[in-house]
Design a protein around this ligand. Structure first.
Ligand code: CA
Length: 428
């Protein structure tokens, strides 16, 4: 176990502020472009981006079985395929190299110049090539709220919901990193009591506060992953904003579920935080309301205490935090999601991504979407510039943030920030 790497008392010779999401206890993985336009796999301590390709070339990973070009790539997929033992060896070694007691790199200016960049000098990329993307629906509060609005408050949860982690297969081609703006989607919608639908820009663009986990190669066709081993195949987590067009969704989703309302864009934070780094923040998931089938039963604490928030920033205005929630509210945990996903023999690969579903809490200020926060548009939310929001306006920027703090240490995910631009005019 990475006890030394997670030791809250450990300090780095790189300066880190006490409120940083990226102290030496985090050591996330990402991909960035250097000032010389070279793409590399990297990590981050404080505001310092660390080039793992250069570290490897200079011999700092000696003794760890890695191919020469493992970090000189534009995605983390091959490194993730190397498996948990290798991720752990590399993360532990990075902890050693940057420990305040270790002077090997600290005192080598020529090496430091090749390896270290200020974060403002690099351009973060999508960290993995996402092959398949699945979106779960695992917050009981969110499923209850949406069921109440779209169907019937008396029977908000479908009969299957308490027995299996409901999900659908999403689309990976539109997953983008933080900072890339999106356009309001066009599509079909229908007014209440209208006979025919109309076409045009969605009037109900919404965020979904989610987290997503990235897998390694887990199984071959036909073989399930047992729930007891499932976490070994999870590389780490990112913040995930699963953009949604509620008016398009309402018209199209029966009977096969979400389609164009969901696949126009989904944004992720660029640094993948490993399960090893999250270990000090492990907590229990909510108790099952109904008995669960044997293949979904688990031992131990399977969730993490990750504090989450969403802010909306209107153009030329201060931001407003509209939601504070927590990953630990999720009813179906990641091990259950992965065990269920593969119980029929569906193969999972390196770089696959699984969204949690919107992470709403019990209180009305912890709802993870504008659909719930404004209760279907009935309750507008005031903004600092005097305007109101029921959904997201053109030129608004939506920011998701997440961090863990157990009193003795803090790590986090940074943010995923996305601006919504006006719809592109459709021309036939
Ligand atoms: Ca979603």
């Amino acid at each position: 176990m990475p006890k030394i790497t997670n030791n809250p008392d450990r300090k780095s010779w790189i300066e880190v502020s006490s409120t940083s999401d990226f102290p030496i206890q985090n050591i996330p993985f990402g991909v960035f472009l250097t000032p010389d336009d070279i793409i590399t796999i990297g990590t981050r301590i404080g505001d310092c981006a660390i080039d793992l390709g250069a570290l490897h070339q200079l011999g700092y990973f000696e003794g760890i079985p890695l191919t020469d070009d493992i970090f000189l790539q534009d995605t983390l997929n091959d490194f993730i395929s190397d498996g948990k033992k290798t991720w752990r060896l590399v993360r532990n070694r990075i902890g050693d190299i940057f420990d305040s007691e270790n002077n090997k790199l600290r005192d080598n200016e020529a090496h430091r110049e090749r390896i270290l960049f200020h974060l403002s000098e690099v351009e973060m990329q999508l960290p993995v090539q996402i092959g398949d993307y699945t979106d779960f629906y695992s917050s009981k509060e969110h499923a209850t709220n949406v069921g109440s609005m779209f169907r019937d408050p008396e029977n908000a949860l479908m009969p299957n919901w308490l027995h299996l982690p409901v999900a659908y297969h999403g689309r990976s081609s539109s997953i983008i990193p933080s900072g890339i703006p999106i356009h309001r989607p066009n599509g079909q919608t229908i007014s209440p009591n209208a006979e025919f639908p109309v076409f045009g820009p969605s009037q109900r663009v919404d965020f979904e506060l989610e987290m997503a986990f990235i897998t390694t190669d887990a199984n071959v066709l036909g073989e399930p992953i047992s729930i007891d081993k499932a976490e070994d195949f999870i590389f780490g987590l990112v913040l995930f904003n699963d953009w949604s067009a509620r008016d398009i969704q309402k018209w199209e989703y029966v009977p096969l579920g979400p389609f164009l309302a969901k696949n126009f864009a989904s944004s992720i934070s660029p640094w993948i935080v490993t399960l090893d780094a999250l270990e000090p923040y492990r907590v229990a998931t909510p108790d099952p309301v109904k008995p669960q089938l044997d293949y979904l039963q688990y031992q131990g604490d399977k969730s993490f205490d990750i504090q989450l928030e969403v802010a909306i920033q209107p153009e030329n205005s201060e931001e407003k935090v509209v939601c504070k929630s927590n990953f630990k509210h999720m009813y179906w945990n990641m091990a259950q999601q992965l065990a269920h996903h593969t119980v029929n023999g569906c193969p999972v690969k390196s770089g696959d991504m699984m969204g949690s579903g919107t992470l709403s809490g019990k209180t009305s200020d912890s709802y993870g979407s504008m659909l719930e926060l404004s209760w279907g548009g009935k309750n507008p939310i005031p903004m600092p510039d005097g305007t109101e929001r029921t959904f997201i306006n053109d030129n608004d920027t939506v920011v998701l943030r997440g961090f863990c703090n157990n009193g003795s240490s803090r790590i986090g995910f940074g943010e995923v920030s996305t601006k919504v631009l006006p719809a592109i005019k459709y021309q036939k």
